[in-house]
Structures are given as C-alpha cells and as structure tokens.
Design a protein around this ligand. Structure first.
Ligand SMILES: [Zn+2]
Length: 474
C-alpha cells in the first residue's frame, strides 16, 4: 500500500484561505466569506476577500473559520491536569498543587508541556500566566521559548508553598509576619522579569503576579508596584475573588475596597488583569477599572467543572473591559468561550430583576478574548487579523460532525457554541504553525502526552500515600 505523503507545514511566506475569516477593519471585527490572508514570516501582510494569487504555499481550509489567536487573560499552566477531576470532589485542591512542587525540573517541564499543548491546541496563542511558583514560571519560559509561544509569565506572590498559611489566616499577625518572605519573593520575581524580558524573539514579557489583595500589606504592595513600573508590563492578580478578601482589605486599610486600595498605591498605573471579581463593590469599583483600562478576566471554569457562576453579565452591563480566560482545571479555550456565553445567559436571566445585567453573546466573548485583552496589554498588534498585526491565528472546523452542518455555515461564530478545542485544527504564533492538521508540530505529541501523564501519576501517588482520595462511593 502506498501511503499519501504527509502535507508539508507551510512556513515563511504563505497564504491562509478559509471558508470564513474574522478580519479586523475600521476598529472592529468583521466576518469575510472566503477570506484569505498573506503571512510573511511573523506578521500578516494582506487580508482580503477571495483568492490571493501567486504560486505560494497554501493552508486551504474551506470548511474552517480563521480566527485571531485568543489571548488568555488568566492562567496557571502547570495546575491544569493535577487538579482536573479532583477539584470536582468538593475538597480543597491545595494538596495536589503543593505536591507539584516536589517534581524535579524535568518532570515539571513535562507537566508544563502537556498543559501548554492543550491550551495551544485550543487556539490560544498569548498567555497571561500566573505560575504558582517561580520554579513553575521558569518551567513555563523554558517550554514557551522552545515552542514559540507568546506569554506574560510571573510567579504567584506569595508562592504556593507559603500561600495557604497567609491566605487562610485566623489572625492578621500572620500577614504582617509574612512581609519579609513576600518582599524576598518580589525581589526574586523582579530578577526573573529582568532576566527573561523579551526572550524568545520578544514573545516572553514577564509580569508581576501578586496572588490577591488580602495576601499583601502596604509595604509589599508598594514594592510590587515599583517592580511592575520597572518591568513596564503591569500587574496580574486575583481581584476581589471572594467576600473574605474584600472584608480583609476593608478591615486592614481604612474601609477601602481592594480596587480602591490598589488604586491608592498606583497598581493601576500600568496594565492590570484581575481575575474572578466575585466580590467587587459595584458602587465604586467599575469606575476605577474603566478609568484605568484594567481588564476583568472572567474564568467560567474557575472552581472546576460546575463551579459557581461569576459576574460576567454584570461586568458587561457596567462597561468594564472584560475578557474570557481559562484560570486552570480546563485548558480548552473554545469550551470556556462557550461556557462564558451559556453560563452568562443563565445567570443574566436569573439576576435580571435584581442587578443591571447585559446578556452575553459569542461576539462579545470573542471580542473580549481578542481585542479587549490586547488593549489591556497595550498591544495593537495582537488579537486581530489585519495587515501589520502579528501572525497569531487559528483555524476552527465549524462544519464537521458535532460542530456544524457539513459545509461552511452562514453564521459561523454561532457554531463556536457547538465547538470545543477539538474543533481547532491549525494554530500559529508569529506565523509559525505550532499545530497543523490537529497535531503539534513543535514537539512529538505522543511523547508530550506520555511524559505529562507520568508527572501527574507521581502527584496521584503522593496523594494516595496520604489517603487523600475518598472511597469510590457516592
Ligand atoms: Zn487563578
């Protein structure tokens, strides 16, 4: 039997032609039927309706929707698989993520690679990454550099091994005693930022990543803001993620809300991505976020599959710049876009007579994960398919079994509501096709899979030894 030759992965200068293409024109996205795009190395040189002539390599996907690469406004890459399927049991996932820190650097890289592969394979090309420790941030940089990913990484401060004692304290003395350790972590993260700034041909841009407002003091926040000013990339934080955070900040810092307290110390002077915002003060905080162009990273999978809904329809109604993000547990970006819309609509209907809400749409979710997030990062070359922009894109099968109706559909964005990451077939960052025809090109996919599995098995083994798992009954 003669095997068909495997198609060559286009590179350098090539054409992408899709059944649909989400182009960026005059300040907004617009769908183009039979849209084509000319890629020249790392950027987009031309976008048009119809065919681009010339004898050039072609990525022809007449049943696909060509999309800008998604920007993930909040993630913890290495925590996805170690918590997936465990958090749903209702226990704290604190111990599994602590055990990740027992892995060697090589095992950590295997874990990072598995999870980064999932994120990439679901069409996400830029990652605002709060690694749970500086070791994990270093691992992210190693893998992202090798694979050509675009990221804004930082180690969470305080890191995972110091966090719980400070976060779940019964006495605020614990917080004040933690200042020395936290200042040391800020210094180490600043050094990480200096070392890796613009690594990987400018794709890696470290960001200061404090855990949340209730695990900082005025002294550590001041140091964080100074470090963020030096790096120039801003701050990535969980913001008002639960009521106890807002209460702690009010108790400690003269009745201010977390957003007010951060603003007072200059945390909003650069880009700021704040995740969750379950307990923001709707009277005072939206105006602060809007004034500074800070982005609310709405994560429909925070808390695992079936976790609590979050105030996405309220944030849209308040006019806060809002993006959709992964957080962790699920690494499927398309699935999370879908969950944001579906869960958001259910929440909006239930809450409409109590608070101002705006009904989420797939258009708003896509704009959030592209244009809004790009603006929040201060990047007008990301999140859009237009001449001069970075060649970060994906192609999504909106026609296949379970996703579509057999051929390019008339309103393809709506078909995303039936898709998930498995529908994403090609993904490129800076023009390099890292996923081609559904498979990784940047590494041996089977190898990434097997090694990632082994790393998680090690975490499970540790949990079994500690009798962490509950018996198999209801
Ligand atoms: Zn998070």
């Amino acid at each position: 039997m003669v095997q068909a030759p495997r198609p060559v992965v286009p590179s350098g200068t090539y054409v992408v032609e899709g059944g649909w293409l989400l182009a960026y024109e005059k300040g907004r996205h617009r769908l183009i039927r039979n849209g084509s795009m000319l890629i020249k190395r790392d950027h987009i040189a031309e976008v048009r309706s119809g065919r681009i002539s010339g004898n050039l390599p072609r990525l022809s996907v007449p049943d696909h929707l060509v999309m800008p690469g998604f920007i993930n406004g909040h993630t913890h890459v290495a925590s996805g698989t170690p918590t997936r399927g465990l958090i749903e049991g209702g226990r704290s996932y604190g111990r599994p993520i602590e055990l990740v820190e027992n892995l060697s650097d090589a095992e950590l890289d295997d874990l990072t690679a598995f999870n980064l592969a999932e994120i990439l394979k679901s069409g996400c090309t830029t990652h605002v990454e709060m690694s749970l420790s500086l070791r994990q941030a270093e691992s992210y940089v190693r893998v992202a550099k090798k694979w050509g990913c675009r990221g804004y990484p930082g180690g969470m401060i305080p890191g995972v091994l110091r966090l719980d004692k400070i976060w779940f304290r019964k006495d605020d003395k614990v917080l004040f005693r933690s200042v020395g350790g936290t200042l040391a972590e800020i210094e180490a993260n600043l050094a990480f930022g200096r070392k890796h700034m613009n690594a990987g041909d400018g794709r890696i841009k470290p960001m200061m990543s404090p855990h949340a407002s209730d695990t900082q003091t005025e002294e550590t926040l001041t140091a964080l803001v100074a470090a963020a000013r030096e790096l120039g990339t801003g701050i990535h934080i969980h913001l008002s993620q639960r009521a106890t955070e807002t209460a702690a900040v009010r108790r400690l810092w003269g009745g201010l809300s977390p957003a007010q307290w951060l603003e007072k110390h200059g945390a909003f002077d650069g880009p700021l991505f704040g995740a969750h915002m379950m307990a923001i003060d709707w009277r005072t905080d939206p105006a602060i976020l809007i004034k500074h162009g800070a982005v609310y990273a709405h994560c429909p999978s925070a808390g695992g599959a079936g976790g609590a809904t979050q105030p996405y329809p309220e944030a849209l109604a308040a006019g806060i710049p809002t993006t959709v993000a992964i957080d962790t547990h699920s690494n499927d970006f398309v699935e999370n876009l879908k969950l944001a819309v579906i869960g958001g609509k259910a929440r909006a209907k239930l809450m409409a007579d109590r608070v101002p809400v705006k009904m989420p749409t797939i258009w708003a979710a896509v704009e959030g994960a592209t244009l809004v997030a790009a603006k929040g990062l201060g990047r007008d070359d990301l999140g859009r398919l237009t001449p001069g922009a970075k060649a970060d894109f994906s192609t999504i099968d909106v026609s296949g079994f379970l996703f579509g109706a057999g051929s390019a559909p008339p309103e393809p964005l709506n078909n995303l509501l039936y898709c998930n990451g498995a529908a994403v077939k090609n993904v490129a960052t800076d023009g390099r096709l890292q996923v081609f025809d559904g498979r990784l090109t940047v590494a041996d996919e089977a190898d990434v899979f097997a090694r990632g599995a082994q790393a998680v098995q090690k975490v499970w083994k540790g949990l079994t030894k500690e009798k962490w798992f509950t018996p198999t009954s209801r």
